[in-house]
Design a protein around this ligand. Structure first.
Ligand code: FA5
Length: 340
């Protein structure tokens, strides 16, 4: 076999193989086999030494032509394989952008929030506007300014979490009254709301619950104003189906004082475990502001008088939605919360 025939044989074999490569790795191995430093072309070039002086440039030119032809085929195959691989990848990663996406769960307002919002809405129609206060209160604002002196038995009405000797987790929203009386101009109609804390837990009591407080300070305020306001509020909030009643009671910061009860929504007054067989659920306390509270805040009494009330928001939610156990509210069980 002449050296020219050998060259032709390498050309034909290489052409066939390069065209049959199925991926770029295979193609690379072939390139090395033919065109690499120790490849078949290098070998045949060594044989050139045997040729005559005249034949050498002729054969050299031929070798270069064959090499260039193979390199061209290699480059074409490389581009073809690269394109195929990209197409394959696109097929395997195909994304149908027209498909509808999976539904995302959207959160909803908690019943405590819903009730708070609605109470604020109803009372804002009577001119009340909302104030907030700190969850950690000094002993002074939580008790003393509200006429509950140290060591007084009235402190036992609210089982308290103490932060230290002078500060407590507020046991009610009534301290918001004092902050407003100290800072704001009269006359005043304010609401205060937020979390409160007591060492309490059963079917109708939580250790961390929410209250909403109302206070009106103006001239010639009487018990009739208080009753009218609460009756309006309860009727607007619960509708006229459930009855409410006022019961004489005691709070150190109001005089006279009353407790407001609402008919139990579960048994409609017949008696059940939620209402402890009484047919009634207490929703809040109320009364005319004790002159001692007004005077401690440097308000002139009897020029100015007032009333105040405080309701438990979870209790209102229990009654409004007929929830059989108040402890369901802070549990955050989604199947329960989804109902509101
Ligand atoms: C008070 O907290 C007074 N500050 C309310 C008040 C304000 C009276 C202004 C007069 C003038 P009482 O401790 O009764 O009062 O609580 C008020 C309401 O909070 C209760 O009627 C009840 O609805 C709710 N409540 C009390 N303790 C709990 C508890 N542990 N869990 C859930 N709700 C409660």
């Amino acid at each position: 076999m002449t050296i020219y025939e050998k060259l032709q044989e390498i050309h034909d074999k290489a052409m066939k193989q390069l065209n049959s490569a199925t991926n770029r790795d295979e193609l690379y191995q072939m390139k090395v086999q033919y065109l690499g430093k120790t490849g078949e072309f290098t070998e045949i070039m060594k044989e050139m030494a045997k040729l005559s002086k005249e034949e050498k440039p002729v054969f050299g030119k031929k070798v270069n032509e064959v090499k260039q032809a193979l390199e061209q085929i290699h480059d074409q195959c490389f581009e073809r394989l690269k394109k195929n691989e990209i197409l394959e990848q696109m097929k395997s990663e195909y994304l149908d952008l027209s498909l509808p996406s999976t539904a995302k769960g959207v959160g909803a307002a908690h019943p405590v929030y819903l009730v708070t919002e609605e109470i604020v809405q109803v009372l804002s129609r009577l001119g009340y506007s909302l104030r907030l206060g700190p969850s950690i209160e000094s002993d002074y604002y939580n008790f003393e300014a509200l006429n509950i002196p140290k060591n007084h038995p009235a402190r036992d009405m609210q089982d308290t979490f103490f932060v230290d000797d002078t500060q407590v987790l507020r046991t009610h929203t009534s301290p918001i009254q004092i902050h407003a009386l100290e800072k704001e101009e009269l006359p005043l109609r304010i609401l205060g709301t937020g979390p409160v804390f007591r060492c309490d837990s059963d079917i109708s009591h939580l250790p961390n619950f929410h209250q909403i407080e109302g206070m009106c300070v103006d001239k010639k305020i009487s018990m009739a104003d208080l009753k009218g306001t609460i009756s309006f509020f309860v009727r607007e909030f619960f509708g006229s189906e459930l009855k409410t009643r006022f019961r004489p009671s005691f709070f150190p910061f109001t005089e006279p004082s009353a407790e407001v009860d609402c008919q139990c929504p579960i048994c409609k007054g017949a008696g059940c475990s939620l209402c402890k067989q009484t047919g009634w659920i207490e929703i809040g306390g109320a009364g005319l502001m004790n002159p001692k509270v007004l005077q401690a805040a440097k308000i002139k009494y009897p020029e100015w008088t007032g009333f105040a009330f405080g309701f438990g928001i979870e209790r209102m939610a229990v009654i409004k939605y007929g929830i059989p156990d108040i402890r369901l509210l802070p549990e955050n069980n989604l199947s329960f919360l989804k109902q509101f």
